[in-house]
Design a protein around this ligand. Structure first.
Ligand code: MEV
Length: 437
């Protein structure tokens, strides 16, 4: 029977590991070794990682790969990608090469506004809260002067404050909607600090507002937090070429383009398909978001909410054929930063920014949108032609060989054999059995 532990975070790393090993890993004699194997020899670097979170015991590696040949607005990039999925980097690289030969990607940032809310209860007369809001608004603005100072000096800061009445949906529920420009920062800390400060002033000032005093009805703040839904922080990326330029080895360009557009229409119509379609897009988006130390959960949450903005969940990408020109594009919200957070702390993140030629946040938005579009192009191209399993299983072959503890020599022979033969788990097992006998 397991027992709860108290004061766990106060224990040393060694004590935490011992506790874990004796309480949850008793049957695994190599548990401690596995945890230690992933420690970094460089004590300073290990300490940096230990300090990212509480109760760090080890490091969890994911591959850091590169997808070269991305021509974006006529500038060439190699995209750093962090992902565990075998085919993602290969697919991105293929799509990049394909479009490099057809003029590359175009991308533009449509808007960069972030937002947050001070959610509060008010059960009095709505006219009173409206009147109070007008009085308190300049005070709220003034109250964040010191928090805002640096951001303002660079051209950002709080933009607008507005009162939103949602009491018709939830009795007594109102919020103050605040919009921000956070420039190269993702802005979560900045926005939350501003909101919490303004919330305090809001409640304080309410105490001396005459109408509230008269009615004995005061607004009560429930919480203040940024929103990860950022439909006003939007980027668009696209590719286009003549339909005949899409002709592939076994496929006519026109036929391919028509099937491609149809696949997008299906993803716009059918949520079950749209979710997988968008998941494929996020394979590319998340890989660059992770490599650059950005918050992939925030991006994921915001992107999927955007995909559902029209009251149904649909495709993030669009495609059309007009006057013999195939155009394929994506529009998605991305709140990412190139300063703050992990961006200047994690050595690999710093390197990722160097590889990307030190982009600002707007440029990074464009790069990430392109990564998503490229990934979707690669997926749809496979889906409407060969199917995805052929390429996917080829990339997965090394994982199967590793699972089966294939030697270097066995891997070499297997890789050659499976160029011309379909990959499946059982086919690889059979192949190795024969090879070994
Ligand atoms: C697999 O990770 C992603 C795909 O399923 C995306 C798609 O179906 O469009 C291939």
């Amino acid at each position: 029977m397991k027992q709860p532990v108290s004061g766990f975070s106060k224990k040393t790393k060694a004590e935490k590991i011992d506790w874990l090993a004796s309480n949850y890993l008793q049957d695994n004699p190599s548990a401690i070794d596995i945890l230690k194997k992933y420690w970094n020899e460089d004590a300073q670097l290990q300490q940096l990682h230990d300090d990212f979170i509480e109760n760090t015991l080890s490091n969890y590696y994911l591959p850091f790969g590169i997808a070269p040949n991305f021509l974006i607005n006529q500038k060439l990039y190699a995209l750093p990608m962090v992902t565990e999925e075998s085919s993602v980097v290969a697919a991105a690289s293929n799509a990049a090469k394909f479009w490099l030969e057809r003029g590359g990607f175009e991308a533009e940032v449509i808007s960069t506004e972030k937002n947050g809310q001070i959610h509060f209860n008010f059960f009095g007369n709505e006219k009173d809260i409206e009147a109070f809001f007008e009085v308190v608004k300049p005070k709220l603005r003034n109250s964040i002067q010191s928090i805002e100072k640096n951001m303002k000096a660079r051209g950002g800061g709080l933009l607008e404050l507005s009162l939103v009445d949602k009491s018709h949906i939830l009795e007594g529920y109102f919020h103050i909607h605040a919009t921000f420009e956070t420039l190269d920062a993702m802005g979560a800390n900045f926005i939350n600090s501003c909101l919490e400060q303004m919330a305090t002033v809001f409640e304080e000032e309410a105490k001396s507002f005459e109408k509230f005093q008269k009615e004995k009805m005061y607004p009560e703040v429930v919480m203040s937090i940024l929103s990860n839904y950022v439909p006003e922080c939007l980027v668009r990326a696209q590719v286009s070429c003549r339909v005949d330029e899409l002709t592939l080895k076994h496929h006519d360009g026109k036929q391919f383009a028509e099937k491609f557009v149809r696949a997008i229409e299906i993803a716009k119509t059918e949520t079950r398909r749209a979710v997988t379609h968008n998941k494929g897009i996020m394979n590319g988006v998340d890989a660059v978001v992770l490599a650059t130390g950005n918050d992939f959960r925030a991006v994921e949450a915001g992107v999927h909410a955007y995909a559902a903005r029209n009251s149904y969940y649909g495709s993030l990408t669009h495609a059309k054929i007009e006057d013999g020109i195939f155009t394929f594009w994506i529009e998605l919200p991305l709140a990412v930063g190139t300063v703050g957070g992990l961006t200047s702390l994690h050595p690999l993140t710093k390197l990722a920014f160097e590889i990307l030629q030190k982009p600002d946040a707007k440029e990074l938005m464009k790069i990430i949108a392109v990564a998503g579009l490229a990934q979707n192009f690669a997926a749809i191209r496979s889906l409407v032609t060969t199917g995805i399993q052929k390429g996917h299983m080829k990339m997965h072959l090394m994982n199967i060989l590793n699972q089966l503890h294939a030697t270097k020599a066995e891997k070499k022979v297997a890789m050659e054999f499976f160029i011309a033969n379909p990959v499946s788990h059982s086919a690889v097992v059979d192949f190795l059995e024969k090879l070994r006998s």
